[in-house]
Design a protein around this ligand. Structure first.
Ligand SMILES: N[C@@H](CC(=O)c1ccccc1NC=O)C(=O)O
Ligand SMILES: [Zn+2]
Ligand SMILES: [Zn+2]
Length: 206
């Protein structure tokens, strides 16, 4: 079975949203210090690295991480490659037959680790209705957020939520070519969670 790992490695000093909690994994117990086990402590934001946003992230009335259907997190997915794009809008994908695929992942760079927080593409809010019409229920991106860094309105987040499309951010699609795959990206079962890191992998369809 061939898997392609499309998850960023969680590590010290990794980039996080400006002002958000830094990632750390610290040893609390260590066999090299005479403890009987190695046990670590993880400190991180719910939006670090490769993660899913619960609708609750931008709307306090909507579903939290633990309330989302597991069906969202696995199934056929299409990777669509759009190089050097500034704004992902429907015009770029109108000509691509989605054939009922429910998850669409946008690859906008071949750089391992994806885009920086300073410079990444935008998602046009109009993409939400287009994807909904096509029967898509998840959008994945290889950049930190579907809205620009300084956006307060978060138009794309709200439009996607309204269209019933779940958001997967911070993918590393450097190892995945355009095409169809089976996706697995299960989040933690986090009570009241606004988001969660996931281990996202693609399985080659044969
Ligand atoms: N929209 C970003 C995260 C985000 O907006 C954020 C993350 C941590 C601290 C503050 C944030 N936004 C503040 O406006 C995301 O969905 O991952
Ligand atoms: Zn997020
Ligand atoms: Zn987001």
């Amino acid at each position: 079975m061939k898997f392609i790992d499309i998850t960023q490695t969680l590590r010290e000093n990794m980039n996080v949203w400006p002002g958000d909690t830094a990632f750390s994994y610290e040893p609390m117990l260590e066999t090299k210090k005479g403890d009987s086990v190695n046990v670590g402590r993880i400190t991180m934001s719910s939006h670090t690295g490769t993660h899913i946003d619960a609708p609750f992230h931008v709307n306090g009335e909507e579903k939290t991480m633990d309330e989302l259907s597991l069906d969202l997190f696995t199934g056929e997915a299409m990777v669509i490659e759009l190089d050097n794009i500034k704004t992902i809008d429907p015009s770029y994908i109108e000509s691509i037959p989605l054939n009922g695929v429910k998850k669409v992942l946008f690859k906008t760079t071949s750089r391992p680790g994806g885009h920086s927080y300073e410079d990444y593409p935008e998602v046009a809010p109009a993409l939400a209705d287009f994807l909904k019409q096509a029967g898509v229920h998840m959008i994945g991106v290889d950049f930190p957020s579907v809205d620009p860094l300084t956006s307060k309105e978060l138009k794309a987040h709200h439009a996607l939520n309204k269209a019933g499309i779940i958001i997967l951010e911070g993918l590393d699609l450097s190892q995945a070519d355009q095409g169809r795959y089976e996706l697995f990206c299960f989040p933690l079962k986090l009570k009241h969670g606004d988001g969660s890191p996931v281990r996202a992998v693609l399985k080659q369809l044969r």
